[in-house]
Design a protein around this ligand. Structure first.
Ligand code: PEP
Length: 246
């Protein structure tokens, strides 16, 4: 089955300076290129979102997180309808940095996914094992897939497989490992929502993707794109990643 490919930039808490130029440069690259094989999504910090989403229609934009309620006394939080109201189409949920530093639980993640879907956002749901969980990877992935809502619509969910030990470290699993793990994830999705629906879900790889390894990773049969952190803050490097699909 032909699935949509996505190249997603996760800027994390970066972009204080030069961010407009990065977006403009990537946008120019997309307009010039005759070889764009993926949908390009940038997830900058909240402060930049509304400006970008309202001034560039070449790229899609997304939040890096949302609250699970629509509004209320939650100082510092942003809700899914708020993201939608400034032009976001996507939201990252369950990133390992939020699981680690904000102590996000599976229950909370499940509620956030439901809130994002209700707000008509596509969810980029991050899953993946820590270094000390590699031997238990299957159990971890199964648990994380089970945090998805029951009977979710496959059009609303994109999975990003991000081994935590590969994020920002320059290390990646081998190409064969990535391909096999993605196959395993698709089987887990099939158990949850049925084989035919699960076949429509894009599964991205994330963790130290850069201009040098993108070609090998992005052209694996089970890989439907990438979630890119560090390398997405450099317009030229991110443009090379965008160009790496066959
Ligand atoms: C990420 O944080 O989602 C990520 C993949 O980071 P990096 O590309 O820097 O490893």
């Amino acid at each position: 089955m032909k699935r949509t490919k996505y190249t997603v930039a996760n800027w994390k808490m970066n972009g204080l300076t030069g961010s407009i130029n990065i977006v403009k440069s990537i946008s120019r690259h997309i307009k010039r290129s005759k070889h764009i094989k993926s949908r390009i999504v940038i997830c900058p910090p909240f402060t930049l979102l509304s400006y970008f989403a309202q001034n560039d229609n070449t790229i899609s934009f997304g939040g890096q997180n949302c609250h699970f309620l629509e509004n209320g006394a939650f100082t510092g939080s942003i809700s899914a309808p708020m993201l939608k109201s400034v032009g976001c189409k996507f939201v990252i949920i369950g990133h390992s940095e939020r699981r680690q530093y904000q102590k996000e639980t599976s229950k909370e993640i499940n509620l956030k996914i439901k809130a994002a879907i209700s707000a008509n956002l596509k969810v980029i749901y991050c899953i993946g094992e820590k270094l000390n969980q590699i031997k238990n990877r299957n159990v971890i992935l199964k648990r994380q897939i089970n945090s998805l809502p029951i009977n979710f619509n496959n059009k609303n969910i994109i999975i990003a497989y991000e081994p935590v030990w590969a994020i920002g470290t320059g290390k990646t699993p081998t190409a064969d490992e990535i391909n096999n793990i993605h196959l395993k994830i698709r089987k887990l999705l099939a158990i949850k929502i049925g084989a035919s629906k699960s076949n429509g879900i894009s599964i991205l790889y994330g963790g130290s993707v850069n201009a040098n390894n993108a070609y090998e990773i992005l052209n694996l049969p089970e890989v439907d794109g990438a979630l890119v952190g560090g390398a997405s803050l450099k317009a030229k490097e991110f443009s090379k990643i965008i160009d790496s699909y066959k």
